[in-house]
Design a binder for this molecule. Structure first.
Ligand code: PEP
Length: 240
């Protein structure tokens, strides 16, 4: 099982230091792989605070080129160099707020894989797609269009856009169904039997246990509820 904490643009140096002290009290399990995605500027700092713990650090995004004249951007190589094991690509906030399209996301994923990072590719439908009964079609297109050419280090995060930060989630049956569809897609098209599919979107203390027990769910991507170490610990414990 896998759990990721996406801190987005939250937590400063002091808060990260306090959070890291709590991590020392976690009862880590060999059954759970965990990764924290701090703001870019604190990756190095967090990495050095927790490098002896069984929890890794990741980047919230990377550029699609490995170097060059791209002011303000961060390359996958740099992430790897500062201790990252993972990178998120295609998060809906970046798709919407930064106009990242599928072709660009595919390039980002490929560059990351080439830099030996593990990629969490985020996909998920808009509310209108769901209401029109087109959620699965939308997600399949996103996956098809964004896939890098190597799935060994790939995790798919199913994050319905309307569930992110909204306190709304699909029903457990709907989550099971979408995750099952994604797994079948990889089996049918690429003969891949063990793709890891995690769920993200308003996972919290109250619903995490049930979501993690749901068939076809291999873990969670946690935003808001990962900002408090005690809450993240309880969510982590629900995965064991
Ligand atoms: C996210 O943004 O990846 C996310 C899952 O956020 P939240 O848990 O706050 O809905």
């Amino acid at each position: 099982m896998f759990v990721a904490a996406n801190w987005k643009m939250n937590l400063d140096k002091n808060s990260i230091f306090e959070f890291s002290k709590h991590l020392n009290n976690f009862k880590f399990s060999s059954k759970v792989e965990a990764c924290i995605f701090p703001p870019m500027t604190y990756i190095d700092y967090l990495y050095n605070l927790i490098k002896n713990l069984p929890i890794s650090v990741g980047g919230q995004n990377c550029h699609f080129k490995s170097s060059g004249a791209f002011t303000g951007e961060v390359s996958a190589n740099f992430l790897k160099d500062t201790g990252c094991e993972y990178v998120l690509v295609g998060h809906s906030e970046r798709r919407i707020l930064n106009n990242e399209n599928n072709a660009e996301i595919k390039s980002r994923a490929q560059t990351a894989i080439n830099s030996n990072l593990k990629v969490i590719l985020c996909v998920g439908e808009r509310l209108t797609d769901r209401e029109e009964g087109k959620a699965l079609e939308y997600i399949e297109k996103q996956i098809n269009d964004c896939l890098p050419n190597n799935f060994k280090n790939l995790i798919i995060a199913y994050e319905p856009i309307w569930a992110i930060g909204s306190n709304q989630t699909p029903s457990l049956g709907e989550i099971e169904n979408v995750h099952g569809y994604i797994k079948k897609f990889f089996l049918k098209n690429y003969d891949v039997k063990n793709i890891c599919v995690i769920y993200g979107g308003s996972v919290n203390l109250n619903n995490s246990k049930d979501i993690f027990k749901t068939k076809n769910v291999d873990g969670g991507l946690i935003g808001g509820a990962s900002l408090k170490a005690d809450d993240f610990k309880k969510i982590y414990d629900n995965l064991k």
